[in-house]
Design a protein around this ligand. Structure first.
Ligand code: GLN
Length: 380
């Protein structure tokens, strides 16, 4: 393996999902729904296939989808963007992350991450040769330590990554936190990469796109995707929204990473994004119900459950069960209890920081959630 990837291990998601299958565990680890996406979206993709939409798409996206993304973003954030020059369709948000890092970061550039972080930020920053700076968010509230941020951010900082609602903690960045980040970025001429793939799973507060704060659009890349909102994670449809001077770098990277994204799936995605707000309300209602089952169950099983305002994840403290760390606990959980979760040390540069914390997802059907909860109550 190349030197720049030497520090990386097999992704924790692959590892835990394989172990879950091996041990017949209920999988509350990797964040993918075990139920299907909506029929009208699937039908639109099938129709596109039957109508012969099966060759390479335009590199920056099927025009219909670029427009649907811009229209949805206007409804959500109030920002008016040019679908042709500011929206780029990618193969999942994971490619959007890679294209953003590779297209806009130079070797040696300082980039700030909030830990715990989604593992692909770290991996793609290694690929780009960035110098990663970490700010740690700590339980129970995972609030932004503003003084740490002020001392780390400088004229040498090229970019800061914001992820709200936040994977794995479920934290939502408050307007005040985003405002402080924004003014520090303006002061120091720093870019913001804002991963908002869980924006439709904001349960307790309204989601805020940092791009919509005064003076921020011109320095922000907003990243999003279809998978979480429409329970179609396997379609791998994502996108970036950024002003033309930033979109240019992203598109250059995207052109040589994947060139273009699956054509018929983009037609399906466009249909999805045009749906009415009722869909999103129903989705949230469903997820709130599932969240209730999991959170109550985890408490009854003896965990300390940290508050989660958004995403389909919750973080718990497992230390009352007496295991050495998160990995040891998750191994026991999968082998002896029959439930898979994600040890969070994989989301920190220093694994010690995550040793007390484990992430569970509730993007599973009710039977799976209830069975997992029963197993934990009986066997932990
Ligand atoms: N985003 C998903 C999660 O956090 C996993 C995506 C992946 O497996 N790469 O569970």
């Amino acid at each position: 393996v190349a030197k720049r990837l030497e520090k990386l291990k097999t992704t924790i998601f692959t590892k835990m999902s394989m172990l879950a299958i091996k041990h017949g565990a209920r999988n509350l680890g990797q964040g993918f729904p075990n139920f299907d996406g909506p029929e009208f979206v699937k039908d639109a993709a099938i129709q596109a296939i039957k109508e012969g939409e099966n060759q390479y798409a335009r590199g920056c996206g099927v025009p219909d989808l670029n427009s649907a993304v811009a229209a949805r973003f206007k409804k959500d954030s109030g920002l008016v963007v040019d679908p042709e020059n500011e929206v780029t369709i990618t193969t999942g948000c994971t490619e959007a992350i890679a294209a953003t890092m590779l297209g806009l970061i130079n070797p040696g550039d300082e980039v700030i991450l909030f830990a715990p972080f989604y593992d692909s930020y770290e991996a793609t920053l290694y690929m780009a040769g960035a110098d990663i700076k970490i700010i740690t968010l700590r339980p129970p509230n995972f609030s932004v330590p503003i003084d740490d941020l002020k001392s780390i951010i400088s004229k040498n900082t090229r970019a800061i990554l914001v992820n709200t609602p936040h994977n794995p903690t479920g934290k939502m960045f408050s307007r005040m936190e985003l405002g402080t980040i924004a003014s520090l970025c303006i002061e120091n001429d720093v870019l913001v990469f804002s991963d908002e793939v869980y924006d439709k799973l904001a349960f307790e507060e309204d989601h805020i796109s940092i791009a919509s704060l005064p003076g921020m659009y011109e320095r922000t890349v907003t990243l999003n995707s279809l998978g979480k909102t429409f329970s179609l994670t396997g379609w791998k449809i994502g996108w970036t929204i950024a002003p033309p001077h930033l979109t240019w770098g992203i598109r250059q990277a995207h052109s040589y990473l994947t060139f273009a994204t699956s054509t018929p799936m983009q037609f399906g995605a466009a249909e999805a994004l045009r749906t009415s707000d009722t869909y999103y309300e129903e989705l949230k209602k469903d997820y709130l119900h599932k969240k209730g089952i999991l959170v109550e169950g985890l408490k009854a099983a003896g965990f300390v459950v940290h508050p989660s305002a958004g995403t389909y994840f919750v973080m718990v403290d497992h230390t009352s069960f007496g295991f050495e760390n998160d990995v040891a606990f998750c191994e026991h959980l999968i082998k002896e209890v029959g439930v898979a979760a994600i040890p969070t040390s994989a989301f920190y540069l220093n694994p010690e920081d995550g040793k007390n914390l484990v992430r569970f997802t509730f993007c599973k059907d009710e039977d799976t959630l209830r069975e997992a909860v029963e197993r934990m109550k009986a066997k932990l």
